[in-house]
Write a new protein. Structure first.
Length: 394
């Protein structure tokens, strides 16, 4: 029998805890792009190798998704979140003492593993604890993820200027992990491990719809990871300062925050999400075209369009996955599968863009490639008719 255990924590405090935890899920990656020029000045890194700082943690997130649900079931949600925050905090703080590319990459992979444990747990937790407001709560959760990225992208260059060290600009985000850890621990739940679910684990490997959802999520997230890794370096190459390029990335992620809040609320009015998904993909296509054709003119418009599109697409991809199954644990398992495969796909995006930059001397062809991917995703959206969801997972 399904167990949707009622928590002793008030729902408002639980949601606040989720928000604080979610703020920690991107700074370890988002702080790197604006500081990449300074990092490359201190440590020998080609653009291809630098792409590993975003690619490998995303790949680690994908791989860890496949066993993250099992870990959360064994440890319980409380211990899983605490363990994850400890991993993220230690990995982030360790960057104060790094002096080589391999050490920096190891810290990124370790942070990615901690991030994945949380991301595998949260969709099922939200669907079970907030059954009447899944879209809104997923929007708050994902918006908080984007908010953490915005903080890191905007403030990391400022920290570097104030301290004279790019290492401090990367490591200071361990403070966020400490804050979330203290808040989450203060609301500790004494329920024993393993009480999160009492339903049989469901495999999605043989379901074509699960693979379609994973491909859709992965391709959409590829645009996010590529922009996160290379937008700031792209504008530094155009003559912008590191601080201004970081602020531009911060502006983009701020637009993601707004979209992540507004779009799920709009989409919550109907179970058919196709019109919303199509509009978001159109915004992303327009943003990439502007970034290529006129990066210096209307330079705030293109990141604005990209941020609004990407910020809404990320939560909507997960919401569409959750829509397919009513059981919270099965739906959580599906989203873990979707994210696992999706992050493995998305992780290749920064590497391919870095290789394109090394070979062709410009990021423009990477932006064109992502524009074509978004056009393909418009065709995939037509498959997401909610009237047919039930037949895909019998």
């Amino acid at each position: 029998m399904e167990n949707t255990r009622v928590t002793s924590r008030p729902v408002v405090w639980l949601m606040l805890g989720i928000i604080l935890v979610a703020l920690n899920l991107r700074p370890s990656m988002a702080a790197i792009g604006p500081l990449l020029s300074a990092i490359r000045g201190d440590i020998a890194l080609s653009f291809s190798v630098a792409s590993l700082l975003t690619m490998l943690p995303v790949m680690a997130m994908g791989l860890a998704m496949f066993f993250g649900v099992g870990i959360s079931q064994r440890l319980g949600e409380q211990r899983t979140v605490v363990l994850s925050l400890l991993i993220i905090g230690v990995a982030t703080l360790s960057r104060l003492f790094l002096d080589s590319a391999p050490q920096l990459i190891v810290s990124a992979v370790l942070a990615g593993f901690g991030i994945a444990l949380i991301q595998a747990l949260m969709p099922a937790l939200i669907k079970s604890r907030f059954p009447g407001n899944v879209a809104l709560c997923m929007g708050l959760y994902v918006t908080s993820i984007m908010g953490g990225a915005a903080l890191a992208a905007s403030l990391a260059p400022r920290v570097m200027l104030d301290t004279g060290s790019w290492r401090a600009g990367l490591a200071i985000w361990a403070v966020l992990a400490l804050l979330a850890l203290v808040f989450w621990w203060s609301q500790r739940d004494d329920a024993p491990p393993g009480t999160i679910t009492a339903v049989k684990k469901k495999s999605f490997i043989n379901h074509p719809r699960a693979w379609l959802l994973a491909l859709f999520f992965g391709l959409g997230t590829a645009s996010y990871t590529c922009v996160l890794a290379w937008l700031a370096p792209y504008y530094v190459e155009k003559g912008w300062s590191e601080q201004n390029a970081g602020l531009l990335l911060g502006f983009l992620t701020a637009m993601e925050v707004i979209s992540g809040l507004v779009v799920p609320a709009i989409a919550n009015r109907s179970r058919d999400r196709r019109l919303v998904l199509g509009a978001l993909l159109g915004l992303i296509i327009a943003g990439f075209c502007g970034l290529i054709l006129s990066p210096q003119y209307l330079s705030l418009l293109w990141p604005c369009l990209l941020g609004l599109g990407i910020g809404g697409l990320f939560p909507m991809s997960l919401i569409v996955s959750l829509d397919h199954l009513d059981n919270p644990q099965h739906a959580g398992g599906l989203t873990a599968f979707v994210q696992g495969v999706g992050y493995l796909i998305a992780g290749l995006s920064p590497l391919l863009a870095g290789v394109i930059r090394d070979r062709l001397g410009s990021f423009e062809w990477a932006w064109w490639s992502l524009t074509a991917v978004m056009a393909v995703m418009l065709l995939m959206v037509l498959r997401f008719d909610p009237r047919h969801y039930a037949r895909h997972f019998h």
